[in-house]
Design a binder for this molecule. Structure first.
Ligand code: EPU
Length: 415
């Protein structure tokens, strides 16, 4: 699949933010912890979640989608090995470790390989499970975890890992007694998972901070919750509006999840006003900036890439520092083909000097976030931009083409 994009000038109107991808994955995983029905609202129709549904169905769960509501009943959950292909296609399937340990006390999963945005080892997860008494057998291509001796206790994670925190939450919610997770990730999607686990019968405090306490419950029950809006999609649309000098209202924005992001936007000169969950961006003169991404409440690494397009349009040199991932600057090489002036200093830092006029090119979408970023570049570039492998963008953004067309973007999708 590829996208064709023409320079689109100033965009206008309203663009809605959908439900969070990175909250949907742990919410779906948590639904495997009970035999009763779990109903999840505001779950976006994106490829990663179709893959998750496929895996859950293969494990014996009934997963029904009606619009953006997904109902899951996992009367029993199989212990059969999950296929390598599905784990390869979906890094978030790592959350099945915690869910299946919680439900069956045993799991075998093919090892998720490194991907295009860095190695992302799973040691933080294994180390966390081991601290609760899990016996882990790692082979070259898979990991088996025997959780029959797991007990509530203290876990000190080796970094603020989002999915490792979620994995420990999933299993600890089923272990009688008190588990404390230190060095926990504080992302809003971790809190969203805790909200569901509480609704299912676990007692959890401290989520949203780096120390979370869980009183587990062996008999979790069904629940119904509404997913949070996607802060990454919201930030992406706000930066898209700024780069295209548009007056655009982004609706359903989780403003409280983006406090430092908004502060950085102000520093860059992006003019916006907030009214409840609506954010209206006004045409702005962009200033160069220095930005470092960090675990929450820092500016999310997943929003780093679109800032690079902003930097190409700001007058002067901007420095973007991503200390979290090595190898998350591949979009920079594509932006350079389009005319950007950039120096990748090392795997974690890039210096971009603007303003530069971009021109349309045929470029690949390298991963979900960098692919979406190239859409912004295409909208401001002279001539036609063609983005190949655009299905990667569909992993995390639903209806991206019609939503952008509705605000005046000249973008077409081709199968
Ligand atoms: N890291 C640090 N220091 C920390 C925490 C993390 O350097 O204190 C590094 C890790 O070493 C790793 C990277 O940051 O290289 C990400 O670590 P983490 O374990 O938190 O990532 P994850 O749980 O595998 C989730 C999201 C990612 C998102 C990261 C970081 C899901 C399913 N995935 O991954 O989302 O980038 O957290 O916020 O929630 C995406 O949506 O495009 C995506 C890749």
């Amino acid at each position: 699949m590829h996208l064709t994009i023409q320079e689109s000038g100033v965009l206008s109107g309203e663009i809605p933010v959908y439900g969070s991808k990175n909250a949907s994955l742990p919410l779906l995983a948590a639904s495997l912890l009970t035999s009763e029905e779990v109903i999840l609202h505001n779950i976006p129709a994106i490829r990663d979640l179709f893959s998750m549904k496929e895996i859950m169905t293969s494990l014996g769960a009934t997963v029904v989608r009606d619009g953006n509501t997904v109902s899951i009943t996992a009367t029993t959950v199989g212990t059969s090995k999950i296929s390598e292909d599905t784990v390869g296609a979906l890094r978030g399937s790592i959350l099945l470790l915690g869910a299946l340990l919680g439900r069956n006390r045993t799991v075998t999963l093919p090892l998720p390989g490194g991907d295009i945005i860095g190695a992302r080892p799973i040691d933080a997860h294994m180390d966390g499970f081991a601290q609760l008494g899990a016996h882990i057998t790692s082979r070259a291509d898979e990991v088996s975890i025997d959780g029959k001796d797991m007990k509530a206790g203290t876990v000190v994670l080796k970094e603020f890992s989002v999915t490792a925190t979620e994995n420990i939450l999933l299993v600890a919610s089923t272990l009688p007694g008190t588990t404390v997770i230190h060095i926990a990730a504080a992302e809003p999607h971790v809190v969203a998972l805790c909200d569901l686990l509480r609704a299912m019968g676990a007692t959890i405090t401290g989520d949203g901070t780096h120390t979370i306490t869980i009183e587990g419950n062996e008999h979790l029950h069904g629940a119904e919750v509404t997913n949070i809006p996607d802060m990454l999609e919201a930030g992406f649309f706000i930066l898209l509006a700024a780069a295209t000098h548009s007056k655009l209202t982004v609706t359903n924005v989780p403003v409280d999840h983006l406090l430092l992001f908004f502060k950085k936007c102000k520093e860059i000169g992006i003019r916006y006003e907030i009214s409840g969950t609506n954010v209206t961006v006004h045409p702005s003169e962009l200033r160069p900036f220095k930005m470092q991404v960090l675990p929450y409440p820092g500016i999310p690494t997943d929003l780093q890439a679109p800032f690079a397009v902003i930097a190409t349009q700001a007058s002067g040199s901007s420095l973007i520092h991503d200390p979290m991932y090595e190898g998350r600057f591949k979009h920079i090489f594509e932006l350079e083909k389009m005319g950007a002036k950039a120096v990748v200093c090392d795997p974690h830092r890039v210096l971009i000097t603007g303003p530069t006029a971009l021109s349309g090119k045929r470029i690949p979408s390298l991963d979900l976030r960098s692919g979406a970023t190239l859409i912004i570049a295409g909208l401001i570039a002279k001539g036609e931009t063609i983005i190949d492998q655009a299905e990667l963008i569909g992993r995390g953004y639903a209806d991206i083409v019609p939503r952008l067309q509705a605000i005046g973007a000249n973008i077409e999708q081709h199968e």
